[in-house]
Design a protein. Sequence first.
Lengths: 474, 57
Amino acid sequence: VIGRRRPDRQAACFASRRLAMSAVALLVILATPTTRAFPVSGDETVLPAGTELNDDALDRPREIFTSEAVGGGKSYLVNLGDLAFTAPSILGGAARQAGISCATCHVNGASNPKLYVPGMSSRAGNFDTTGALFNPRTDNGVLDPVTVPSLRGARYLAPYGHDGRLGSLRDFVRSVIVNEFAGPDPSPAILDAMVTYIQDIDFLPNPKLGPGGRLTARAGDAEHRGEALFARPFPNDPTLSCAACHVPSAAFVDHRQHDVGSGGLFKTKTLLNADFNAPYFHDGRYDTYEEVVAHFDRTFDLGLSPRDRRDLVAYLAAVGDAERPYEPDGVDAQLKEINDVASVLATAVPARDGKIIALAVDTVGRELRELAEHFPDRRDTAVSGGREQRGLARLALKELVLSLRRIDVAAAAGNFDEAAAEYQNYRSRLAGAVRPLKAAEPWSLFNPAIHDAHYAAMRQLFQTANKAAARSPR
Amino acid sequence: MTTKETIGQLVTLLDVGDLKRLEPAKLRAKSEELVVLLQTAAPKIGLKTPTLEDLVQ
């Protein structure tokens, strides 16, 4: 800090250092996001105590993109959409305050079966989009939660919303941001980007399915028998069958709404990759395919035998399957995601697009800070070993955060050449950060043993704090 | 933006009296801005640019 300690400068140096240390201390304090702790337990955030965001999961749903699957790369628009999808600032009110973004519920473009917000959810995996918490203006006064849908293959799945109320994905995305989460009206550029991103999220491949949505030879006998039952006309109405609505050749949807005895008209859901989309039905009332098949058997008087039911369940499981549905979270996966979304700066800085630069700096900075929290600091007594490596990883990430901030500061001052130079510095620093991050990974929360020890200690800490709070007079 | 102005803005952001009313994103951005300002200012007054490594040790 102090280069040459000359007497006349010592006081200034000391004051400067104290100020810098205070700022850094503030940074360190602020580096712990309010929603990082799982489940949120206490009244320290705007979210109700007991909220579960599942952001400490060790595995994440695999996300594949059409543009990459065909041998290309994600466009600027896809990455910008991904960035906006990850940005709490796109939303408003309590969601923004709590650091919630679209990606909190749609993890890697899929769903979040553990999501639970007391007062807004009736069970894990559903959420009341017309409740008071996130936008009091849309509160309809009843608890009517719906599941978080996976966005895989969304471009094939219009209309949008559980009740299929909007035919346009663009309109639907805007409605979610503005009406459900009280966000500001997004700019046309951001809306375009978010729609482009969502439309690029593909279904995961399923080797049991061939052209036309027919089962391949990899499927077993029960699954093939289930396929026949799926196409068989209903006994009491031969115009109906499972396949008449879940059309196998059309991503297992018919783009229409039906009343299937679940309390109203709801759109036909796709069955592709659905093994990973439980709970089922619009409100998540069923956990398993067995319960779903029993519902249809009961509602439409299908007269299924026990074997028929098992065969249909086997068929649904085969259709809903996927190759590698989850992948372990880790430094490589996190850096790839961060790299992809930060790449918008390569376009936004030369284009002198201050709003996108600010969005990228804030959002990527947040991602970097969250990544830093995966490397427990020296005060975390639940983790032993790798203390130096963890410290270096945290510092590398925090330096990256500052490096990003320099881009924003320069751009905000209209110094776009400087911002471009800072972006190059950021890229170099990021490349240099890979080694310390990988070196610290064995002692990070990406290691299941470290993860479990860390969160067990946190759980105990919360319990102790809650007991103390309960004992103290108010 | 001067250092003094940035500190003033930080003080305003922190002066909420209730943790739930803090605006974490703005506070983070402003605190990062302050560190960047100090790092930029240091060599101009003959100081070595402080780094996080230096300061944490």
